[in-house]
Design a protein around this ligand. Structure first.
Ligand SMILES: Nc1ncnc2c1ncn2[C@@H]1O[C@H](COP(=O)(O)OP(=O)(O)OP(=O)(O)O)[C@@H](O)[C@H]1O
Ligand SMILES: Cc1ncc(CO)c(N)n1
Length: 264
């Protein structure tokens, strides 16, 4: 019996189920990976927005990670919403202690409805403590702008932004292009030497809640299964495209994607 691949999500809870650890665990499961979680914050949230944010005590986050990693271990892990510098530092310490190498950092900062999921005072800790531990960091364009101070609105500016973020220590940078203008969505992977561009048509829909979480969870699941990085990014890209295209169309606002999406 082949040992099941295991992935750990270190992220916030989205009560609406479309983003956060809920999206991550559903995506891990759909891609055949055993999912585990260390919750960093609770949000009272639905498709209309985030009504409340309740960060957990730092020790509660560290303790969840230690209990999972000392017993079950993880073949790959991702970080999502981390909220403040203390949580970022505690999470970074446990990642170093347990030697987690296949780490996807999804630098969650602002929810689609505009709610702040990362305090401004935590940006520095994200860059100095967490990015150097990342196998790959997956910023959307506003997050990349925040981390670099650059304006990033075009594929060329995405490539320059990727270089700048790589210089902060992440081994690979996946710039997510959902916020680009126009009918084509381009994701750009930079490995420190080469750029890999994945372009596809923009799906005209409002149901894109949690697309970044779902994408990075799919990427994490593939890395947990030892898929090489470029192949893992390609699979995650296909998964999120199908998940958006077949979204369940629920909720009065930005609805969730389809975490039951099937891709080869
Ligand atoms: N309308 C769309 N049509 C097709 N692909 C999309 C669309 N919107 C986003 N994507 C894809 O979804 C993935 C996530 O990109 P996006 O920029 O939406 O992340 P995000 O802003 O972090 O998402 P969220 O904040 O909702 O979690 C990328 O692979 C992107 O190409
Ligand atoms: C808990 C949580 N994490 C991440 C996002 C980003 O969509 C969200 N809306 N909620």
């Amino acid at each position: 019996m082949q040992t099941i691949a295991k992935a750990l999500t270190i992220a916030g809870s989205d009560s609406g189920g479309g983003a956060g650890i809920q999206a991550d665990l559903k995506t891990f499961h759909q891609l055949g990976v055993y999912g585990m979680s260390a919750i960093t914050a609770i949000t009272a949230q639905n498709t209309l927005g985030v009504a409340g944010v309740y960060p957990l005590p730092t020790e509660a986050v560290s303790h969840q990670m230690r209990e999972v990693l000392r017993d079950l271990g993880a073949d790959a892990a991702k970080t999502g919403m981390l909220f403040d510098a203390a949580i970022i530092k505690a999470v970074s310490e446990e990642i170093r202690t347990f030697g987690l190498k296949k780490l996807v950092v999804d630098p969650v900062m602002i929810a689609k409805g505009g709610a702040k999921l990362l305090l401004d005072e935590a940006i520095a800790a994200l860059k100095t403590d967490l990015l150097p531990l990342a196998e790959v960091v997956t910023p959307n364009l506003p997050e990349a702008e925040c981390m670099t101070g650059m304006e990033i609105r075009t594929p060329e500016e995405m490539r320059e932004g990727a270089r700048a973020i790589h210089a902060l220590g992440a081994r690979n940078v996946l710039m997510k292009g959902g916020h680009l203008e126009g009918d084509t969505v381009v994701d750009i992977l930079f490995d420190g030497t080469n750029f890999y561009e994945l372009a596809h048509e923009r799906i005209q829909t409002r149901h894109t809640h949690g697309t970044g979480c779902t994408f990075s969870a799919a990427l994490t699941a593939e890395l947990a299964k030892n898929t090489p990085l470029v192949g893992a990014v390609e699979k995650a890209n296909r998964f999120i495209f199908e998940a958006i295209k077949t979204a369940p169309q629920i909720g009065g606002g930005h609805g969730p994607t389809n975490h039951w999406a099937v891709v080869e």
